[in-house]
Every structure is written in structure tokens, then in C-alpha cells.
Design a protein around this ligand. Structure first.
Ligand code: SAM
Length: 316
């Protein structure tokens, strides 16, 4: 474990697992075209058994704190509750998921029973027309229903909103009001130059400072101290509500990054800015796995620079 620390003291404690590289949405910041994929799982994904084997091997070496299930859209993965229960049986208690929430309301009870603790739901607008412009799908009511069902089920819920200039920047205040009204945590994300936006995100970029200026038109806010390994900086309003901003560009948080990614083909990545997959599915020895993890650790950067791989491929 000590070998697996870089000169900045970074190691891997959080594993993000991409369950499939297809999605029932086609968000413009993620994919440049609408692939019109039906609501079914692609055949290239790993089975529950294969995933548990890989996660177990990684856990034995890394003593993982958290596993976050993502994609693509993880709610399209058929045996999700069984997978969550399997991860839990490895002794990993902190199991989280990032989802677009479209299929959440009908699945949340089973996922909670399996051991899911916490969910991040992407919601980029409350206005249906703007939501459609961002996701290329209609579905605000379904996503909101999913968010409220998850809260009702007692799962910790956070909303993630990617802000794009001229697309949904005027949704910041309505979303903030919505989150405050329902006692939900919300984080606004700066646009990242990944996939088709690599080297091409500037026109739509809406900075952390621009978000704060927008929010200050209604709320008095103060910044809170940032916790190590946390991606978001949090702010508190004078009324005691809080929200976060994930500012990859304006306030990079790579120096204490503790995340490792596993994709749908059994490759690991140590950094979102790396486009070099490291195959671990066929590794059979501890030495081999450690060498792969060292190579993944060496991918970590000091500042996010992105790559031509989209979040859909590498796992968001
Ligand atoms: N389908 C799920 C969802 O929509 O949340 C999980 C996968 S999605 C790729 C995971 C996260 O990546 C989402 O919160 C999404 O907003 C974020 N994301 C994808 N592309 C991004 C980009 N170019 N900039 C910032 N965030 C991005």
C-alpha cells in the first residue's frame, strides 16, 4: 500500500466503476451526437461476477474506502442491486452512484436494500426546454420524481448541475431555490474539456466566479473550508443553506485526488486527463496488479487538462 503513494502523497481510496458506456440521455457536454441508444445494456459490459472479482482484487491491495457506480447510465445495468450487495459483502460500506435519475424512482427501494448509501443525480435545468437542450431528452418531472423518491427512501442525495454559458446558466437560481426548498445538496460544475469538448470548451465555459456573481444577486454567501480529497468547495448562505461548486478549471483539486477509475472493459485509469487504458481484467498475480496500479498512479496530473475520451468512456 505504501508503495502505491506518489510524491504528493496521493493514493487510491475511491474507485469509480463505469458499469456501461451507453446512456439513455445524450448530454451535449458528454457526447457530440445523439447515439439514440435504446434503454438496454450494451453487450460489452462486465458481469456482476467479473466486476466483484476485479473490485475485490483492487480492495485487497488498496483498502478502498468508497466505490462509486457510474457510466454511462448505471441504472441501465440489469443486476444493479445484486452488484451493490456483492460490493457490500467485500466489506466496503460506502457505496455511491452517479445517475441521470430518469429510472430512479422505480429502482431506489431495491438499491437501498442492496446497500446503496448515497446518490448524485445530474439535473441541469428545471425548465423542460432547457433540460432538452442539455440532455436531448424530455424528462424533468421523471428526474425530479427520482430525486424526491431517493430522499424519501433515506438515501443521501446530491444534485449535480453542469453549467454551460448561454444554455443553462440562468437555471442556477431556480435550481438553487429548488434544492433549498427540498433540503437537498446541490453542486454546480464547471464545464470540463473532455471528449468532443477537448480543446473546444471555452465558448460554453461558465466559471466559478460567474456562478458566484449570479448567486450573489439573490443570496449572501460565505466560503467554507474545503475538506481533503473533496472535489467541491462549499458555500453557506446567510439563511444557513449550503451549495457546492466543482471548479476543475478555476480551482483545480488534483493535488489531493484519491480516485481510480475502472471502465467497462476492465481497464483502469488514474486520471481523467489520461487517455491510456491499463488493462487489469486478465492479471492473475498481486505483483502484476501492483505494477498496473503504479502505472495508473503515475498518470495523475497537477492540473486537469482533459483528453479526447468522454466521461461516457472513462466513467464520470
Ligand atoms: N449518466 C450518469 C449521469 O448523468 O450522472 C453518470 C455518468 S455522467 C458521465 C457523470 C457525471 O459526469 C455527471 O455528473 C455529468 O454531469 C458529468 N460530466 C460529463 N461530461 C462532463 C463535462 N464535459 N464537464 C463536466 N461534467 C461532465
Amino acid at each position: 500500500m505504501d508503495k502505491l503513494k506518489d510524491p504528493l502523497g496521493r493514493s487510491f481510496r475511491v474507485l469509480r466503476v463505469s458499469l456501461l458506456d451507453t446512456c439513455n440521455f445524450a448530454c451535449t457536454y458528454c457526447v457530440c451526437e445523439d447515439p439514440l441508444i435504446p434503454e438496454k445494456m450494451a453487450e460489452t459490459t462486465l458481469s456482476v461476477g467479473e466486476l466483484i472479482r476485479l473490485i475485490s482484487n483492487l480492495h485487497e491491495t488498496l483498502n478502498l474506502q468508497t466505490v462509486r457506480l457510474t457510466g454511462g447510465e448505471p441504472l441501465l445495468y440489469p443486476d444493479l442491486a445484486a452488484l451493490i450487495a456483492g460490493i457490500r459483502s467485500l466489506g466496503i460500506r460506502d457505496i455511491k452512484m452517479t445517475t441521470n435519475g430518469f429510472l430512479l424512482a422505480r429502482k431506489i427501494e431495491a438499491l437501498k436494500r442492496g446497500g446503496l448509501r448515497s446518490i448524485n443525480v445530474s439535473l441541469d435545468a428545471l425548465d423542460e426546454e432547457r433540460f432538452f437542450r442539455m440532455t436531448r431528452r424530455m424528462g424533468v418531472a421523471r428526474v425530479v420524481e427520482g430525486i424526491l423518491a431517493a430522499k424519501e427512501a433515506g438515501v443521501d442525495v446530491k444534485i449535480n448541475t453542469v453549467v454551460m454559458r448561454g444554455e443553462n446558466d440562468n437555471e442556477i437560481l431556480p435550481l438553487l431555490d429548488f434544492a433549498f426548498r427540498h433540503g437537498l445538496k446541490i453542486r454546480f460544475l464547471e464545464l470540463m474539456g473532455m471528449g468532443h469538448l477537448h480543446g473546444n470548451a471555452d465558448g460554453k465555459f461558465f466559471s466559478k466566479q460567474a456562478m458566484l456573481t449570479n448567486i450573489a444577486s439573490r443570496y449572501l454567501v460565505r466560503e467554507l473550508a474545503k475538506r481533503p480529497g473533496e472535489t467541491a468547495t462549499y458555500y453557506r448562505t446567510a439563511c444557513g443553506n449550503s451549495f457546492g461548486i466543482i471548479a476543475n478549471e478555476s480551482q483545480p483539486f488534483c493535488s489531493d485526488c484519491n480516485r481510480l477509475r475502472l471502465d467497462v472493459k476492465g481497464n483502469i485509469y488514474g486520471c481523467l486527463s489520461s487517455n491510456v487504458p491499463i488493462a487489469i481484467a486478465d492479471i492473475t498475480t498481486q505483483k502484476g496488479l501492483e505494477a498496473s496500479l503504479c502505472a495508473a498512479l503515475a498518470q495523475k496530473q497537477l492540473k486537469f487538462s482533459g483528453s479526447e475520451l468522454s466521461m461516457l468512456t472513462i466513467g464520470g
